[in-house]
Write a new protein. Structure first.
Length: 501
């Protein structure tokens, strides 16, 4: 029988795994994961996501052992370790699902070339997205930079059907077990339930209840109204197809109503919620396609006119933002949630990013990197896309003149202050009318609730109306200066052409 290595990376599951299913069809399977020191030591990777990865690896190994197999873990340069493993096990093939991030694409090309040079056959599969970024382009072959146009093209393509997913055998054929490193990363963080069983359970719970009010609830900070599936999609404990099939099923239920009879109010709620969630899945594919087609945006704005934009250097303000000490409760609660759990509500991410880039005028790249260091669901494509959107420097971004008011955002999406009080316990005694602007309490009120601004909780680092006006002026000056530079460059080019003529 053919013996193949299945190289796991961002697909830590057994169900609906294209590379694994193909390897099993070939014969015996050697499941492997290679700890890449380049990624492990990256300044874009933090302890929480490493712990999340390790916990999901242990769950994958447990699932494999239940089927008579095991996960072989190695550490080192992937090509070197895979070649060693192929020799040890007499494997003739390596199967893996493609990763579409800039570093991964270069690494995978190098690994494939080195393996094939050693006589090992390599087979790769598209598994990370519903549609390959190359398949969603304009009629002239150019990538979309506007979400709605991308969405229309995405929806127009045929989708994989749920019944196409291959079922797994009770036993995974494995005759040779190689030596494996222990999965001993630090996991002292309190993590959600891990592995594909937990991912499917969360998906099913979301589809049974939460999705019906998702279109309204997903922005509310004071309740658990999101899917919380992004951590499972990050390392592939859940496949994007499984998520899509769930959204599609909810949409179909909406056509007949939750009771299976009518098409009344329940159907409307179902459709709105399912459509909103499907929209989020398409945003994920949009950002993946953008980073695929424009890999330089990992650290450069997509909009060329902002490449030399002058951000402010303020290390003290940045540290205050990171630690949740800005004096704006909803921003600080968001950051403390991130630091404590490794996850943040999407509305909170937008609020925090807007505050850093617009109110404080600090470079979006600093915030983007900090998020990547903290998030268990940290995905370069979505994170870069989201931060460039907030800063107004990316594709389909919010305009530079749209500046979130952190007080109004808190009042709208955390009206009772429950989110703030959970993550800022020092404000627990503050009355609702002041919870999002505690600095407005009189001295007597501050003493009454024992929350002295400047002592127990910081005063606002900057006054928002001033910050907004400053941001608008700064952005306009930057745009004007860049336009003037372009005009001068154009004039010089014309003069040069005239001289040559």
């Amino acid at each position: 029988m053919t013996r193949s290595i299945i190289w796991f990376r961002r697909d830590l599951r057994l169900a609906d795994n294209a590379a694994l299913a193909a390897a099993i069809r070939q014969g015996e399977v050697i499941p492997a994961f290679v700890i890449d020191p380049v990624l492990l030591n990256s300044d874009r990777v933090g302890a929480k996501r490493v712990a999340w990865l390790a916990a999901n690896l242990r769950e994958l190994d447990r699932s494999l052992r239940q089927r008579g197999s095991q996960l072989i873990v190695r550490r080192g340069e992937p090509a070197v370790e895979l070649i060693k493993l192929a020799r040890e096990t007499s494997a003739t093939n390596v199967f893996f699902n493609l990763d579409l991030t800039p570093y991964a694409r270069k690494r995978d090309q190098r690994v494939a070339l080195e393996l094939e040079a050693q006589g090992v056959t390599v087979e790769t599969f598209d598994d990370m997205t519903i549609h390959d970024p190359e398949d969603i382009v304009t009629l002239t072959g150019r990538p979309y930079q506007v979400f709605m146009a991308f969405k229309r093209a995405w929806l127009a393509l045929s989708k994989p059907a749920a019944d196409e997913a291959e079922s797994l055998p009770e036993q995974i054929p494995l005759s040779i077990k190689g030596t494996s490193l222990p999965i001993d990363f630090e996991d002292s963080f309190e993590l959600p339930a891990t592995g594909e069983d937990a991912a499917l359970e969360r998906l099913n719970n979301f589809l049974e209840e939460t999705i019906y009010s998702y279109s309204e609830g997903r922005n509310l900070l004071d309740r658990e109204a999101t899917s919380f599936l992004s951590p499972y999609l990050r390392f592939g404990a859940l496949s994007i197809r499984q998520a899509y099939w769930g959204a599609k099923a909810a949409l179909e239920i909406g056509l007949i109503g939750r009771d299976g009879i009518s098409s009344g109010q329940d159907a409307v709620l179902t459709n709105k919620g399912a459509e909103a969630w499907l929209n989020e899945l398409i945003w994920r594919e949009f950002y993946t396609a953008l980073l695929y087609h424009f890999p330089h945006t990992i650290d450069q704005p997509l909009r060329e006119q902002y490449r030399d934009f002058e951000w402010l250097e303020d290390d003290e303000a940045f540290a205050a933002w990171c630690e949740g000490r800005t004096g704006y409760p909803v921003v600080d609660a968001a950051m403390r949630m991130l630091n404590a759990t490794g996850w943040m509500h999407n509305r909170a991410r937008m609020i925090a990013a807007s505050f850093l880039t617009k109110d404080l005028l600090i470079d979006w790249r600093k915030g983007e990197q900090y998020f990547m260091q903290q998030l268990i669901d940290g995905d370069s494509a979505s994170n870069v896309g989201g931060w460039q959107w907030a800063a107004g420097v990316g594709a389909d971004a919010q305009p530079f003149f749209r500046v979130f008011n952190p007080t109004l955002q808190g009042q709208r999406f955390d009206p009772e202050g429950l989110f703030v009080k959970k993550w800022l316990p020092e404000l627990a005694s503050v009355p609702i009318e002041f919870i999002h602007e505690p600095w407005k309490m009189s001295q007597a009120d501050q003493q009454k609730v024992n929350v002295i601004i400047g002592r127990d909780y910081p005063a606002p680092r900057i006054e928002h109306s001033f910050a907004r006006d400053r941001a608008l002026q700064h952005y306009r000056r930057g745009r004007q200066g860049l336009a003037e530079q372009a005009t001068v460059a154009n004039q010089l080019s014309i003069q040069d052409l005239k001289r040559k003529a």
